[in-house]
Write a protein that binds this ligand. Structure first.
Ligand SMILES: [Zn+2]
Length: 271
């Protein structure tokens, strides 16, 4: 029997009810589908990777086809900056503009990440990159003349056309870092946990007063290790207390990728 004939044989009020139930069922299935797709998408987006063991840094390239560049890339990060090989200086100083902003802090399973709301921007070679997030690695991934530091912050910025520029701020142990205290006073302990930072975060106060830096082209230091990332490594370290460092290391005792081959890349001194 056709749907139209069946409908005609039913009382009008029953037709309405049947249609409503059918529509509700369809909506419920659509919603379920969305849920499954979301779960699947996040599983596809984030295969399991670690810093050590069978899914550690030396295996990233083979964990997922999208990660191949972790093994084949010629401009990978981090690197050891040999200061005697620094060639020339940048034409223009990097321009930084940050303001105190509210922020969320997230334990993403690989590090602690801070996401300021409208936290500022950097401009380099005439291109503006907006601050998206910053996060930490221990020990520092970058080395300068072979020396590593106990911690580094990576300030990840994105341009309007999707290019990335990352500022690396190195930490030595000493005085409490007041700029980071709102974050480090309450680190989210469990992977996936997220909360609002009490007060505001001022990224400007996190940077060293002396903005001399090393700049070069590299990659993300985590899978998928995408290249064409503009790096700006601050020469001058800033301070963090032993207590703050210990609080981070309690969650992540080692989350640094080993240094990668420089392959003749040009490293410039910047201001
Ligand atoms: Zn990083």
């Amino acid at each position: 029997m056709g749907a139209a004939r069946r409908a005609r044989s039913l009382h009008p009020s029953r037709i309405t009810t049947t249609v409503t139930i059918k529509m509700k069922t369809r909506i419920a299935f659509a919603a379920l589908g969305t849920l499954f797709c979301t779960a699947l998408a996040s599983a596809v987006e984030a295969p399991h990777w670690t810093y050590q063991g069978k899914t550690g840094a030396s295996h990233w390239a083979s964990l997922e086809s999208d990660y191949a560049v972790c093994g084949t890339g010629q401009r990978q990060s981090p690197i050891n900056i040999e200061t005697r090989k620094v060639t020339g200086t940048t034409a223009q100083p990097v321009s930084l503009a940050y303001a105190p902003a509210s922020a969320e802090v997230i334990n993403n399973g690989h590090t602690i990440q801070v996401e300021p709301a409208n936290g500022g921007a950097l401009t380099i070679d005439g291109v503006e990159y907006k601050l998206a997030q910053f996060h930490f690695h221990t020990p520092s991934e970058e080395r300068i003349d072979g020396k590593s530091y106990p911690l580094v912050a990576h300030l990840v910025h994105k341009s309007a056309d999707g290019k990335l520029a990352v500022i690396a701020v190195l930490f030595r142990t000493g005085k409490t870092n007041a700029a980071l205290q709102p974050v480090f006073a309450a680190l989210p302990g469990k992977a996936g946990a997220r909360h609002a930072v009490d007060g505001t975060i001022d990224v400007g106060a996190l940077l060293p007063a002396n903005r001399d830096n090393y700049t070069f082209i590299g990659s993300l230091t985590t899978p998928p290790c995408s290249e064409d990332v503009r790096w700006v490594v601050m020469k001058t370290p800033v301070s963090i207390s032993q207590k703050q460092l210990a609080a981070f290391r309690k969650l992540y005792s080692m989350n640094a990728r080993p240094v990668q081959a420089v392959n003749g890349r040009e490293i410039q001194a910047g201001k």
